[in-house]
Design a protein around this ligand. Structure first.
Ligand code: PMV
Length: 351
C-alpha cells in the first residue's frame, strides 16, 4: 500500500545521577530522578503510515530493527500501543511500519530502552500532529512535554531523554513544574562547569542484563529498605540540584556515587537477591577511587542496573583522565571496549 506519511527522530540515551528504582500505577516513579542526556548513544527511529482496509480495527504493525523484522520487539511495542491507543487514533486507522537502529552496539550491555522509547514517542507525537496538521506542534515545549509523557509509559527513564543536557522526572520539593507524569528540562539550572561533561562508558560485560528493569522495579515493592531509600532519594535530589546549580563538582560526584552504590545495594538485599557488578566492575571502582585520591581530580563514576561503569568528568581534565583510563582501566573492559560519550543536545528530527 502507498506510504502516506513518514516521520523520523534521533533520540539519545541518558544516565541517571539520582536513580529511579521502584514504581507504581501506570509507570509512575516511587521517587524523583535526574539525569544527564548523552550524545553518542542514541536510537534512530522512523514511523510511516500507509492506507489499510477501513474495516480492520486491529493495529497493523511491521517492526524492523537494524533493517531486519524483529518479532520480539514488535510484541513489546504492540503492548505499549495498546495502553495509549485511545490517545493516538491513527494507530488503528493506518498500516504502520517502524524502523529502528541504535548508534551503540546492541550487545554492549547499554540499556537502549531510554533512547528507543523516547525516539518512538517523538515519532508518535510528530505523526499525530502531522496527520491533524496540528498547530500545537509548533509549540515546542508542549510537544516535548507530550513526548516525555508517552516515552515514560514506554520506559520510565525514557521520559528524561527528550531534553538537552539534563532532565528531571518526578515530583520534587522546591521544583514547581516537576511531575511524576513527565520529565522537565533542567539545562538552564545546570552550572557551566557541567555543560561539557564527559561520560566514558567502560564495558565490563556486554552480556544481557541479569534482571530486567521491570523485575528490578517490582522487587522494590517487598524490599525491606524501600521506605528509607525513597526518603534518601528525595534528600539526594535536593543536594544534587544544589550541586548542579552551584557547580560543586565534589558534592555532585559524592551523591552520584552514593546513588550508584545504593542502586546495587538495593538489588543485593532484594528477595530474590541479585549481584549486578562483576569482578571487573569492583576492580575498576577501586582504581578510580585510588586515582581520585592521588590526583585530586574530580573523576566520579556511576552505574546502571548492570556491571558497566559510566565515568563522569569535566572536559578540562580529559587529557589527564584518558591516559588513566587507557593504562589502568581498559584491561578490565571486555575486548578493551569503551564508549567515549559526553553530555548531548537532546533529540532531533531527521529530515
Ligand atoms: O526506564 P527503566 O524502566 O528501564 O528503568 C531505569 C532504571 C535505571 O536505569 C536503573 C535508573 C534510571 O533512573 O535510569
Amino acid at each position: 500500500m502507498k506510504e502516506l506519511k513518514k516521520v523520523s527522530w534521533r533520540s539519545p540515551s541518558n544516565i541517571a545521577l539520582v536513580k529511579y528504582w521502584g514504581k507504581h500505577g501506570n509507570q509512575l516513579p516511587s521517587n524523583p530522578s535526574i539525569s544527564f542526556t548523552l550524545d553518542k548513544c542514541y536510537s534512530e527511529t522512523s514511523l510511516s503510515v500507509s492506507e489499510k482496509d477501513a474495516k480492520d480495527k486491529d493495529v497493523q504493525l511491521k517492526f524492523y530493527f537494524d533493517k531486519k523484522e524483529n518479532l520480539a520487539f514488535r510484541i513489546k511495542i504492540l503492548s505499549f500501543f495498546e495502553g495509549i491507543a485511545k490517545d493516538f487514533p491513527f494507530l488503528s486507522k493506518y498500516a504502520l511500519a517502524i524502523h529502528s537502529t541504535n548508534s551503540f552496539p546492541h550487545s554492549s550491555g547499554i540499556a537502549s530502552s531510554a533512547s528507543a522509547m523516547s525516539a518512538l514517542a517523538l515519532c508518535l507525537c510528530d505523526m499525530e500532529a502531522k496527520l491533524k496538521s496540528d498547530k500545537n506542534k509548533t509549540d515546542n515545549d508542549k510537544f516535548l512535554k507530550k513526548a516525555s509523557y508517552y516515552a515514560r509509559i514506554g520506559s520510565g527513564s525514557a521520559s528524561r531523554s527528550v531534553y538537552p543536557v539534563a532532565s528531571l522526572w518526578g515530583e520534587t520539593a522546591g521544583v514547581k513544574a516537576s511531575s511524576d507524569e513527565y520529565a522537565i528540562p533542567f539545562e538552564d539550572e545546570v552550572h557551566k562547569s557541567f555543560k561539557k561533561y564527559q561520560n566514558s562508558i567502560l564495558i565490563a560485560s556486554s552480556a544481557e542484563k541479569k534482571v530486567s528493569s521491570r523485575v528490578g522495579h517490582a522487587l522494590m515493592k517487598t524490599n525491606p529498605f524501600a521506605k528509607a531509600r525513597f526518603k534518601q532519594a528525595n534528600q539526594n535530589m535536593a543536594e544534587m540540584i544544589s550541586a548542579l546549580r552551584s557547580g560543586d563538582l565534589e558534592k555532585f560526584g559524592t551523591i552520584t556515587e552514593t546513588e550508584a552504590m545504593t542502586l546495587h545495594a538495593l538489588m543485593m538485599c532484594s528477595s530474590p537477591n541479585f549481584m549486578l557488578m562483576n569482578p571487573s566492575t569492583v576492580a575498576m571502582i577501586t582504581k578510580i577511587k585510588t586515582f581520585r585520591e592521588a590526583s585530586k581530580l574530580p573523576l566520579y563514576f556511576t552505574l546502571d542496573a548492570g556491571p558497566n561503569i559510566h565515568l563522569l568528568y569535566p572536559e578540562n581534565i580529559k587529557s589527564k583522565v584518558i591516559p588513566f583510563i587507557q593504562s589502568e582501566l581498559s584491561e578490565y573492559c571486555e575486548n578493551g571496549r569503551i564508549i567515549w560519550d559526553q553530555i548531548g543536545k537532546g533529540p532531533t528530527a531527521i529530515k
